[in-house]
Design a protein around this ligand. Structure first.
Ligand SMILES: [Zn+2]
Length: 313
């Protein structure tokens, strides 16, 4: 929150163009690392697979062995561009096999189960997990793996010599850190509750250079995208599968997102700027509790959340 850097108008224009090019470039990089394309707002990922039901008769499977299995992408977000997908095929002593696929956390607990009946040997099966648990909630952050077994409980044997045998793990996160670039958490004036003329600070100021790409910490629906004399260009996102709303302010340019758009977790939503009432380039970030931003909710200190997301991003 030091003095504003003065730029000649022309240099500022070039800077903005370069920043937008950088945004597109980094967006592509971010999308690649999260297994998705930097698609326009609202472009939905392929849906999650249905759970299926157990075999109604006595479940039956032969001695199962995985002959191929892989998971992509290795890092993904709840309500992100792409869901974790398992593709596999089995060898079996039977022609038809009632199998189950579990999403298992690091403690060995199954958070989601899929049933597939009468699976033939060497037929490719794909399971795409939408990040929800068996009771429909967003799964917590963590590392998971897919586990394939018969419905009677026997794990499918993995080929001892295959590198695929150990390649089914992936990381899954509920939230993305909202900046794709160097940043710091500012001084005493940057914190939640800091004094401002006539009010207190309702968010945290994450200091970063103008032009650093901003991505959605959590996807959902754009509740508002517009301009305010204090907030500058700003966006409010009603988070999917959470009671929180998220507000991003002082964007250098109006966000490409429009009010009502669907936005995915980690989707680019703008670039860092200093529009509105700002004395340096930064992202002003707010988190609001239910029922939401200026809908009766309250702002909470976002710093502990930001620091947590920052550690794995
Ligand atoms: Zn602020």
């Amino acid at each position: 929150m030091v003095g504003k850097t003065t730029r000649p108008w022309l240099a500022g224009t070039y800077f903005t163009i370069a920043a937008m090019a950088l945004l597109l470039c980094l967006a592509a990089t971010a999308a690649a690392s999260t297994g998705g394309a930097p698609t326009a707002a609202g472009s939905p990922p392929p849906p999650g697979s249905p759970s299926g039901t157990p075999a109604s008769d006595a479940p039956s499977a032969g001695a199962l062995r995985l002959i191929s299995a892989q998971t992509t992408p290795r890092k993904s977000f709840y309500y992100g561009f792409r869901y974790p997908k398992l593709s596999f095929s089995i060898a079996s002593s039977q022609a038809q096999n009632d199998i189950r696929i579990d999403v298992v956390d690091v403690a060995g607990a199954s958070v989601r189960t899929f049933f597939r009946n009468d699976v033939a040997p060497e037929a490719e099966t794909a399971i795409r997990w939408d990040g929800t648990t068996n009771d429909g909630r967003a799964a917590p952050n963590g590392r998971y793996t897919f586990q394939i077994s018969s419905q009677a409980g026997a794990l499918a044997a993995r080929p001892a010599t295959s590198s695929e045998a150990s390649s089914l793990g992936f990381a899954f996160y509920g939230y993305a850190f909202p900046l794709l670039g160097d940043h710091d958490y500012g001084g005493s004036g940057a914190v939640f509750g800091a004094g401002r003329s006539g009010h207190t600070h309702q968010g945290h100021d994450v200091m970063a250079e103008c032009g650093v790409p901003i991505i959605a910490a959590r996807g959902g629906t754009v509740q508002y995208s517009g301009y305010h004399s204090a907030a500058g260009n700003y966006v409010v996102i009603d988070g999917k599968g959470t009671t929180f709303d998220f507000m991003y302010a002082h964007l250098a340019e109006p966000s490409p997102l429009k009010t009502g758009d669907t936005v995915r977790t980690a989707q680019p939503i703008g670039i860092v700027g200093d529009t509105g009432s700002a004395t340096a380039c930064h992202l002003h970030f707010e988190i609001w509790t239910a029922p939401g931003w200026y809908e009766g909710g309250s702002p909470v200190d976002p710093l502990p959340y930001l620091e947590k997301w920052d550690r794995y991003s």
